[in-house]
Design a protein around this ligand. Structure first.
Ligand SMILES: [Zn+2]
Length: 241
């Protein structure tokens, strides 16, 4: 390992260190009150985000969140597995437990996104399994999404399957979230709200599920999605399953 990123020819790591230096100058040193408070009082985020590991969908960047505002877990395809009491290590479940029980977040946002390779591995599971052992096992926690998509066989729908599957995966994760007793208990008495969001970065829009079965509607106040695009973005078409 080379600890001197400045001295290496690796431009990507050098940019990371330069970025940190920029962060220190523009934020850490100029917003001392915020960082002092976070150090003294600890973190008290109101929102937990479950997002995909995809490098294009960083929740703090796309929502402009400040340090201390979002408790985040990221995994392949932004999936929540169903609750399991098997005493095996579950990274995403541990993060949910810590966010809900430890930090007392008021909201959990499952944040899916367009063109998600993880959801594609879920839909094309047999094909993906030939290449990825861990990925194919992981995305199978939302196997019901694949079954929902199998009903969409016409050519017109085929082009939409990817976007619909991504949104169906958000809805499946919300259903799974509700199987965690500590989530269900707090959701029932109003201490916790669950939200399904979808970032379509092709169109630069943020959508939200209107209910447990959708549909997804545009949440941001930007340019409204034209009807044709709205169909692609899943506004009214998520009826499978
Ligand atoms: Zn993804």
């Amino acid at each position: 390992m080379d600890g001197s990123a400045h001295g290496t020819a690796d431009g990507a790591l050098r940019r990371m260190v330069e970025g940190f230096e920029r962060f220190r100058r523009r934020h850490f040193e100029t917003d001392a009150d915020l960082y002092d408070t976070l150090l003294r009082d600890g973190q008290r985020p109101e929102v937990m985000v479950i997002a995909c590991s995809d490098s294009r969908t960083d929740p703090a960047i796309i929502t402009g969140a400040a340090p201390g505002e979002l408790f985040v877990v990221r995994n392949v395809a932004a999936l929540v597995p169903p609750y399991e009491e098997d005493r095996r290590p579950h990274g995403t479940a541990a993060a949910i437990e810590f966010g809900v029980v430890g930090l007392g977040v008021r909201h959990i946002v499952v944040l899916g996104h367009s063109f998600c390779a993880g959801v594609r591995c879920l839909v094309e599971h047999d094909h993906a399994a030939q290449r990825f052992a861990f990925v194919s096992d992981w995305v199978a926690v939302a196997a019901e999404v694949r079954e929902e998509m199998e009903g969409l066989v016409t050519e017109a729908d085929r082009a939409l399957v990817g976007r619909l599957a991504e949104q169906a995966a958000v809805l499946a994760s919300l259903r799974h979230l509700a199987t965690y007793p500590f989530v269900a208990e707090r959701a029932a008495d109003g201490r916790l709200d669950l939200h399904g969001w979808y970032f379509h970065f092709g169109w630069g829009v943020l959508l939200a599920a209107g209910g447990p079965r959708g549909p997804f509607r545009q949440l941001d106040a930007g340019t409204p999605i034209p009807p044709a695009i709205g169909r692609q973005a899943g506004a009214a078409t998520l009826t499978a399953g």
